[in-house]
Design a protein. Structure first.
Ligand code: PFF
Length: 453
């Protein structure tokens, strides 16, 4: 029975399969779309600096915590907390993760849908000829406010995600990502080099990399911290779920380190494309709205010989990167219903995939598609509540759970298996028990002033 269940949940063939899946979950729209946009809206380089600190000291801490809980219990988030502390309220963290997963999946898929739209647009030659920021911004506004298109693309992304999860064909996807992700990486490096050699690139670069400390604020910290959790897929149990398939001989510390490093590298490179190109098109660094990336990439493609092909390749790979993340978002609730409620995998995938679609409709129509949702801007509300706050709260409780309820000592025993030395043990223990929880609590206490200010 147990073996069968494990099979239904899908098991990693090797450590490298896990690394690929976890990196695939981490790398996605969060790096290429959300990171540059959030950096643009929060003062540029100051944000980048706080972000890097947040990844190193807090993100890494939480990632190792989730991996440890996951591997120790070999369960989905709800099952995991219940296994360590049976019949206690701790399992509420797991339930919160499931709700957060559906919440993020709903609006994340809207943006992933835009990427499909842009693949189609690029393919049909919408960006041929002289491309300026004005043109791309008009194209984006027209596109994102067309209710029919955005809803169809939303449905397509969620349809593909549901199919992959329900058929358990993730293995096939992983085989592909092994090839496609390195291509995406090379393409991003190439585009960054081109962007850096554009006229006025220096101005964009200085906004992005030269901190202006007068722009430092609580809001910068909140969004940097939130972005770190979002980008690393932390705070809702994704990494608990993925870690639950790891074997006792795997080194959790190096796994967490690798995923955090690769993820941060891609985000930083995306910024190296966006900000120089923004400056090239005559715009300041802080104009970033939700369409920033969709408005900027076509400009850089128009500056490259063969840019048409590069454009198609880029949006196709962006869709793949987004899919490996939507898969992980759907996997968390599905793993719960399969493990804890004995639902067939297919039923769980279809029910939750459809739910994500309906929940996503208001977000999809928040950009002019429907006046009511546009006025409230449901999309941004979802992004703040689920993408920032819920992940931070989740990460807080995961640390408190590990540090105090389960006990850091027991967790360290788990980490020893696969890493008998675990040299950064004192630092990590300090961060799990004090640094990370305190940082999150301070941010949450001031959240009202931060968000409204
Ligand atoms: N980390 C993904 C990205 O950066 O695109 C988004 C994400 C996936 C967030 C899974 C949370 C999660 F659990």
């Amino acid at each position: 029975m147990d073996g069968q269940e494990q099979k239904e949940r899908g098991i990693w063939g090797s450590k490298i399969a896990f690394i690929l899946a976890a990196t695939g979950s981490a790398i996605g729209l969060g790096n290429i779309w959300r990171f540059p946009t959030t950096a643009s809206q929060n003062g540029g380089a100051v944000f980048v600096l706080v972000y890097i600190l947040a990844v190193v000291f807090i993100g890494f801490t939480v990632m190792l915590a989730e991996l440890t809980i996951g591997r120790h219990t070999q369960k989905n988030p709800v099952g995991a907390f219940n296994y360590i502390k049976p019949s206690s309220p701790w399992k509420l963290i797991g339930y919160m993760g499931i709700i957060t997963g559906v919440g993020i999946l709903s609006y994340y898929s809207v943006v992933a849908g835009w990427a499909i739209g842009y693949l189609v647009k690029t393919g049909s030659g919408a960006f041929k000829g002289e491309i300026t920021g004005q043109i791309t911004s008009r194209i984006f506004t027209e596109f994102s406010s067309d209710p029919l298109q955005v809803l169809i693309y939303l449905m397509v992304i969620l349809g593909i995600t549901t199919y992959i999860i329900s058929r358990g064909v993730r293995k096939g996807i992983e085989r592909w990502t092994k090839v496609l992700m390195p291509i995406l990486f090379l393409l991003i490096i190439f585009l960054a080099i081109r962007a850096l050699t554009l006229p006025h690139a220096g101005e964009g670069l200085s906004f992005y990399l030269k901190p202006d400390f007068s722009k430092f604020s609580g809001k910068v910290v909140l969004f940097a911290l939130g972005q770190a959790f979002f980008s690393l897929s932390l705070g809702m149990g994704t990494i608990i779920t993925y870690g639950s398939y790891l074997s006792k001989s795997d080194n959790l510390v190096t796994s967490a380190g690798w995923v955090s490093f690769a993820d941060t590298l891609i985000a930083l490179l995306a910024g190296l494309i966006i900000f120089p190109t923004l400056a090239f098109s005559g715009q300041p660094g802080d104009v970033g709205g939700v369409g920033l990336v969709f408005e900027i990439f076509p400009i850089i493609f128009s500056q490259i010989p063969g840019g048409y092909i590069f454009g198609i390749l880029f949006f196709a790979l962006l869709i793949v990167a987004a899919l490996t993340s939507t898969i992980s978002l759907l996997e968390v609730p599905v793993a719960y219903f399969v493990d804890e409620r004995n639902w067939p995998r297919q039923k769980a995938a279809i029910v939750i995939g459809s739910l994500a679609f309906f929940v996503g409709v208001p977000s999809a129509l928040s950009w002019g598609g429907m006046e009511f949702f546009t006025k409230i801007n449901v999309f941004s509300i979802f992004d703040t509540i689920f993408g920032n706050i819920a992940l931070a709260v989740g990460a807080l409780f995961i640390c408190l759970f590990l540090g105090y309820a389960w006990g850091a000592k027991k967790a360290i025993q788990e980490i020893f298996s696969g890493n008998p030395r675990f040299r950064i043990r004192p630092l990590w223990t300090f961060s799990v028990k004090f640094l990370t929880p305190i940082a999150i609590i301070i941010i949450l206490i001031f959240i009202k002033t931060i968000v409204s200010g």
